[in-house]
Design a protein around this ligand. Structure first.
Ligand code: FAD
Length: 617
């Protein structure tokens, strides 16, 4: 079995992992960083087309499709999607960029998580964003991640906005800039008419720099982390299997950072012996560290959808509903990067109160000026123009859970998907269809709207809507919380994102968020990645200061247990000292691949060759 060493090993090139890896690799001293990604490098041009979202979600080439247990008592299982490609879920998601409300970030800090208040995270967001609206409203304008607000100005979306304003919502140029009842074009991770991800913003530049400034980032795509490796309770690295079945133990001299997402991160921890003792025993997994809350307290949002047809003759903005319209828009996008294909998955976003007495919005709604094909189980567009509306409670409290069903990496997760079990969650979703109908019924929109295609007027606001949401609604693919941070001994991670009970291991992805932050989760996940890098680098600085003061290398971080001070491995590392070889080259040699910086497991040309070469997944 081959074994290679890096300073940091990051598992998962998703929304958060790319930010952690890219920032660590750019840090002073240029630590060597390995970013391990199960999916491919994702070079298919369709992943770049913003409205290609509806296409790439159909297959499973870039996706995990997890089957949950029955959703409501006696209900049906549903599928939870996640991205499995460089960029992670953010490479296949709806591109909505919602930063979360300041009040919710402050709430996270108030739960005993210093460093996570709005005042703490806002500068990080500003450092991430390169916003088309420029600075102001809390936005950043000089960061690496392109964000834009695409105002198509087509007649249907314009009519929705006008009707919504008549209904009483503020028309917001930037919906992230306030916490009122408001509607606006959706801020999206789109730049120059193309989808952007944290892979583009943080990893590609680090790869480009490698060799020029001594940066040492390696990206191993089509490589799956199957377990953590240990020395006692210290995590020494990860065991991986690549696309050809080669097994490697990758050593992390400093830390392993798990960024595999809310579903995969707890599975990897459990398979590695961290979790609930009883559950691990049941699956024959040796216990390394107890984590009673791991995989529990998973908070997902639940949506209810409504669709109307547009009246005959109102074809504007619906040209994606016809084959000729799709071709015309494709040509336009290729020529100019503009048009309907250049807009995000969900064109308009609104936030509103489920009851007038609420102190701030507790529901998010989305309007798309297109109809979905109700006869298809896949995300297919209908051949007629329409408007799709979907809404979900912003801060649900009902908890789901995610656990392993066995010790092996291919054993599927057991997802107990639970929704709308609290009075507050039900009260928040109960009125949403009524709100949608009220907006759709206002001029100038009412003049364009034809029949309601689903769910139909028989589903009234109130308990009917709750039942409808449970029976036919969907999870929004926003689950957080399976490795939630917190101050208590049984919280899986501490506020510095270190996994309790072991050393050398952090989690940096959506799973550390103990609740929803009034929006979506890609922006918060990237923020977690950014802050994780801050925390890691601050600790590295402290270590370096200790080393300088102690007069040499080898002293462990000040907050590691005393046992570590006597660790022979540390002495060995100290004795070696000096600069490490260029790990990227070492790794690539071991992978017996032609030279190249990314896609160590094999190139992705988005075509047949790629499929032929890709035994995993
Ligand atoms: C269809 C869909 C639509 C969405 N729409 C939006 C939206 O419009 N706006 C929004 O804000 N959010 C949206 N989300 C949610 C958002 O994209 C995610 O919450 C966010 O990307 C989570 O980031 P993460 O870093 O935690 O995990 P991810 O981005 O999911 O990244 C995890 C990565 O880890 C890799 N990985 C997992 N296990 C392993 C392993 N064992 N070894 C190696 N690699 C591994 C995965 O392949 C993946 O690339 C959507 C999600 C989906 C699926």
């Amino acid at each position: 079995m081959a074994c290679v060493e890096f300073d940091y090993v990051v598992v998962g090139a998703g929304a958060a992992g790319c930010v952690v890896a890219g920032r660590l690799a750019a840090a002073p001293g240029r630590p060597s960083v390995l970013l391990v990604e199960y999916g491919g490098p994702g070079r298919n041009p369709l992943l770049r087309v913003p409205k290609g979202f509806y296409y790439t979600l159909r297959g499973d080439r870039y996706l995990y499709r997890y089957l949950t247990g029955p959703v409501a008592p006696g209900g049906a299982p549903e599928v939870w999607l996640r991205g499995r490609v460089a960029g992670g879920s953010a490479a296949v998601n709806g591109m909505m960029w919602l930063r979360g409300a300041p009040a919710d970030w402050d709430g996270l800090a108030a739960r005993g998580n210093p460093g996570w208040s709005w005042a703490d995270v806002r500068p990080a967001y500003q450092a991430i964003e390169r916003h088309s609206l420029g600075p102001g409203g809390g936005r950043g304008a000089g960061g690496p991640l392109g964000i834009s607000v695409a105002a198509t100005g087509d007649p249907v979306t314009s009519a929705i906005l006008e009707a919504a304003a008549g209904y009483g919502w503020e028309l917001a140029e930037d919906v992230n800039a306030s916490d009122t009842e408001r509607i606006g074009y959706t801020p999206s991770t789109i730049a120059g008419g193309r989808r952007t991800t944290s892979y583009d913003a943080f990893v590609r530049p680090a790869l480009d720099r490698a060799g020029r400034d001594g940066g040492r980032l390696t990206v191993a795509t089509r490589t799956r982390a199957v377990a953590l490796t240990f020395d006692g309770r210290h995590v020494t690295g990860v065991r991986t299997v690549d696309g050809r079945g080669a097994v490697r133990d990758l050593v992390a001299r400093r830390e392993v950072i798990l960024s595999a997402g809310t579903v995969e991160t707890p599975l990897l921890l459990e398979r590695s012996g961290i979790g609930q003792p009883e559950l691990l025993r049941k699956h024959g997994i040796e216990l390394r560290a107890e984590a009673p809350q791991l995989g529990e307290r998973v908070i997902e949002q639940r949506g209810a959808a409504l669709q109307v047809a547009l009246k005959p003759g109102v074809a504007a903005a619906s040209s994606l509903s016809t084959r000729t319209g799709q071709v015309a828009e494709a040509v336009r996008w290729l020529a100019s990067g503009r048009g309907l294909l250049a807009t995000g998955g969900y064109d308009l976003v609104c936030q509103f109160k489920s009851a007038p007495q609420a102190d701030r919005p507790d529901v998010q709604g989305l309007f798309v000026p297109m109809a979905m094909d109700t006869g298809s189980k896949e995300m297919r567009l209908a051949r007629h123009p329409g408007i799709l509306f979907m809404a979900y409670p912003l801060r649900p409290q009902t908890a789901s859970s995610v656990h392993v069903s066995g010790a092996g990496p291919d054993d599927p997760p057991v997802i107990d998907a639970r929704f709308l079990e609290t009075e507050g969650d039900r009260a928040a979703i109960a009125p949403v269809l009524g709100v949608a109908r009220a907006v759709l019924g206002r001029e100038p929109l009412a003049g364009l709207v034809g029949a309601e295609e689903f769910p139909g007027l028989a589903v009234a606001p109130g308990p009917d809507t709750v039942r409808y949401a449970l029976a036919t609604g969907t999870g929004i693919y926003h689950a957080v919380g399976s490795a939630a941070m917190g101050p208590a001994d049984d919280d899986v991670t501490d506020p510095r994102l270190r996994v309790r009970g072991v050393t050398g291991l952090r989690v940096a992805d959506a799973s550390v968020l103990p609740g929803q932050l009034s929006g979506n989760t890609a922006a918060p996940a990237m923020l977690v990645g950014y802050r994780a890098a801050d925390l890691i680098l601050a600790e590295l600085l402290r270590v370096l200061l200790v080393l300088v003061n102690a007069g040499g290398p080898g002293a462990p971080p000040p907050d590691q247990p005393a046992r570590e001070l006597d660790d022979p491995a540390d002495e060995q590392r100290a004795a070696e000292g000096g600069r490490e070889p260029h790990d990227r080259l070492v790794f690539e040699r071991l992978a017996a691949e032609p030279p190249g910086q990314e896609g160590v497991g094999g190139p992705d040309d988005g075509g047949q060759r790629d499929r032929d070469r890709e035994p995993l997944p």
